[in-house]
Design a protein around this ligand. Structure first.
Ligand SMILES: Cc1cc2nc3c(=O)[nH]c(=O)nc-3n(C[C@H](O)[C@H](O)[C@H](O)COP(=O)(O)OP(=O)(O)OC[C@H]3O[C@@H](n4cnc5c(N)ncnc54)[C@H](O)[C@@H]3O)c2cc1C
Length: 501
C-alpha cells in the first residue's frame, strides 16, 4: 500500500535525518524496508543553504567519534568543510577569587578533538546523502505535522494522521524533539528539571590571533553559569553564555555594541567587579533604560584601571571580540530531561525526544547521533535473525547500550553545572585543587582526552558492546571535558571527603 511503511521517523532535525542515513547503511534494512520521514516544518531553508553567508547561531561541537561515523556512512563528504572548524585545544577556567584562577589547558593531541559545525550544515549534508542513496527507500514528507496516532489491529502497526490523510508504520521513531508527541503517545514518562538558566548564543567577530590559530575552545565557569567561546574560523567564533534568565533578557536588550563589551567582560573580568557591573545592567534594564555602549565601556575601563580584569599571564584568554551581528543573537531555555524508557509499543525514542541536557558539555546532539548509530546496528542484527524491529524484547539491546551511557553524561553534566556554580569555601578550594592537579599532569590530561571521544578517527569504535565500549561511548564528549570532569569530580570528591574528616 502506498501509505504503508515499515519504519516511520517523525522529525527532520539532525537526529531523524541521521537515522535515515544510518539505516541506508545497514544492508538488511536497506534491502527490505520502506522508510518514511515526516517533518512538520519546511526543509527548504536547509536545502537552499549555500554555506557562504553569515554564520548560523546554532552550532554543535561534533565529537571525533561521531565525525568518523558520519564519514563511514557517507555523510561527511557532503559537509561544507570550509564551514567546520577543527578544535585542537581546550582551555577551561574559573576565577572565584582575585589572584586565584585554576584552569586546565588541554594541548593538541595531533588530531582534532571535535569539529564545530553549524546545525544546518549537518542537516543539509544528511539530506544530500538521503537524496543520493535513498531513492525508492526513504520518502521525505515535509510540512507534514503528525496529529493523532492510533495503535492498529493486533498491535502490529501504528496509524498516523497527517492533515486529512493517514499513514501506517510497523514501527514509529520519535526523533521529534523535547516535546515529543511520540513519547506522549507511548505514555513514557520523563524526569528532569528546568535549569534556572537561559543560553545566549551569538556569532563573535574578532581579529585573527597573533599567537595561535583559532582552533581553541574556551569555557569560563562563572557563578551564574559557563560562558564559552567556540571557534568557527580565524576571525569568527560562537558564543554560548548560560546565565540567569533575567540576565539573559537584559543582555539581549543591550545594543549589539554594548553586548560586545559585556561578552569581553564575561571572559576577562574578575568575578566581583563583573557582578557589580551586572547589577548596574540589571537595574538600568528594570527601569526601562538599558545601559548604552558608552556607559558600559566607561564602567569597564574604570574597573580595568583598578586591576579588575584577568590577564593572559593568569590564563590563556580568547581573542577580544570586536563585533556581534545583531541577527545572530538569540537565547534558549535549558533543561535536563530523560525519558524513563526508550521503547514503547511499536515506538522508539532517539535524540532530544529521549533526553535533553545543559549545553556546557556540548553533548545533546552527540548523544542523539550515538542513539541512532546504535539503533540502526541493533535493528540490522534483529532483521538478520528474522526478528521484529517493532518488538521491545527483540530490540532490548538498544536501551541496554544507550540508556546507561546517556544517564552517565546527563548526571555528569548536571553535577558539573552545580559544582562550578558553587562558591562555597571548601568546594572552591577542592575544585581549584582538582583543576590544578589535572593541569599539572600531562599524561593524565592526554588519557582523559583520549577516553573522552577525542579518539583519532581510525581508532573510533564501530561497535558498542559490553561495558568497556558503553563506558567509552558514555565518556565521549565535548573535547574531553566529561573525562576531565569525571576525574576532576573524583579528585573533588576525595578532597571533600578528606576535608570533612
Ligand atoms: C545553546 C545550545 C547549544 C548546543 N550545543 C551543542 C553542542 O555543541 N553539541 C551537541 O552535541 N549538542 C548541542 N546542543 C544540543 C542540540 O542542539 C540538540 O540536542 C539537537 O539539535 C536535537 O536534535 P533532534 O533532532 O533530536 O531534535 P530537534 O532538532 O528538536 O528536531 C525535532 C524535529 O521534529 C519535528 N517535529 C516535532 N513534532 C512533530 C510532529 N508532530 N510532526 C512532524 N514533525 C515534528 C520538529 O519540527 C523538528 O524539526 C545545544 C543546544 C543548545 C540549546
Amino acid at each position: 500500500m502506498k501509505d504503508t511503511y515499515d519504519i516511520v521517523i517523525i522529525g527532520g532535525g539532525n537526529a531523524g535525518l541521521a537515522l535515515a542515513c544510518a539505516l541506508l547503511d545497514q544492508p538488511s534494512i536497506r534491502g527490505t524496508s520502506r522508510i518514511l520521514l515526516l517533518e512538520g516544518g519546511s526543509l527548504d531553508r536547509v536545502r537552499g543553504w549555500k554555506g557562504d553567508g553569515a554564520w548560523e547561531n546554532r552550532v554543535s561541537s561534533l565529537t571525533a567519534e561521531n565525525v568518523a561515523w558520519l564519514d563511514r556512512i557517507g555523510v561527511w563528504q557532503y559537509i561544507a568543510k570550509d564551514r567546520t572548524c577543527p578544535v585542537n585545544e581546550m582551555v577551561i577556567w574559573s576565577n572565584p577569587t582575585p589572584g586565584q584562577t585554576p584552569s586546565i589547558h588541554f594541548p593538541p593531541l595531533g588530531y582534532p578533538m571535535a569539529h564545530m559545525t553549524e546545525n544546518t550544515n549537518l542537516q543539509r549534508a544528511l539530506l544530500r546523502r538521503i537524496d543520493e542513496a535513498g531513492k525508492g527507500i526513504v520518502d521525505i514528507r515535509e510540512g507534514s505535522r503528525v496529529g493523532e496516532m492510533r495503535l492498529g489491529e493486533g498491535e502490529r502497526w501504528i496509524g498516523l494522521q497527517v492533515g486529512d490523510s493517514w499513514v501506517r508504520g510497523s514501527v514509529v521513531v520519535g526523533a521529534d524533539g523535547f516535546n515529543s508527541p511520540v513519547r506522549k503517545f507511548s505514555a513514557i514518562e520523563s524526569y528532569g528539571h528546568a535549569y534556572p538558566t537561559h543560553a545566549i548564543v551569538a556569532t563573535l567577530e574578532h581579529p585573527p590571533s597573533s599567537v595561535y590559530p583559532n582552533n581553541t575552545a574556551f569555557q569560563r565557569f562563572l557563578p551564574t553559569g559557563p560562558i564559552a567561546f567556540l571557534p568557527l574560523s580565524a576571525t569568527a567564533s560562537t558564543l554560548v553564555w548560560s546565565t540567569h534568565p533575567t540576565h539573559a533578557a537584559a543582555y539581549r536588550r543591550l545594543s549589539p555594541e554594548a553586548l560586545t563589551h559585556m561578552v569581553n567582560a564575561g571572559y576577562t573580568m574578575q568575578e566581583r567587579p563583573l557582578s557589580d557591573l551586572n547589577e548596574k545592567i540589571l537595574s538600568a534594564d528594570a527601569s526601562g533604560s538599558p545601559l548604552d555602549c558608552e556607559t558600559i565601556k566607561g564602567l569597564i575601563s574604570t574597573i580595568n584601571i583598578s586591576g579588575g580584569s584577568l590577564t593572559s599571564e593568569e590564563v590563556i584568554l580568547p581573542p577580544a571580540v570586536q563585533a556581534i551581528p545583531a541577527k545572530s543573537i538569540a537565547s534558549f531555555p535549558l533543561r535536563l530531561s530523560h525519558a524513563d524508557e526508550y521503547i514503547g509499543n511499536r515506538t522508539v525514542l532517539v535524540g532530544d525526544a529521549a533526553h535533553t541536557t545543559h549545553p556546557l558539555a556540548g553533548q545533546g546532539l552527540n548523544m542523539g547521533l550515538a542513539d541512532v548509530r546504535v539503533l540502526s546496528e541493533v535493528w540490522e542484527q534483529v532483521k538478520r535473525k528474522g526478528g521484529d524491529i517493532g518488538s521491545k524484547i527483540d530490540c532490548a539491546e538498544y536501551p541496554k547500550q544507550r540508556y546507561p551511557a546517556n544517564q552517565l553524561l546527563l548526571t555528569t553534566t548536571d553535577t558539573l553545572h552545580h559544582v562550578f556554580a558553587s562558591r562555597s569555601g571548601p568546594i572552591n578550594w577542592a575544585r581549584g585543587v582538582g583543576l590544578d592537579v589535572i593541569n599539572e599532569i600531562g599524561p593524565l590530561k592526554k588519557a582523559l582526552m583520549e577516553n573522552a571521544g577525542a579518539l583519532p578517527p581510525r581508532a573510533a569504535p564501530t561497535q558498542h558492546n559490553g561495558w568497556g565500549a558503553t563506558a567509552a561511548t558514555g565518556l565521549e564528549g565535548w573535547i574531553g571535558l566529561k573525562g576531565a570532569v569525571a576525574a576532576g569530580l573524583g579528585l573533588l570528591g576525595d578532597t571533600l571527603r578528606r576535608t570533612a574528616k
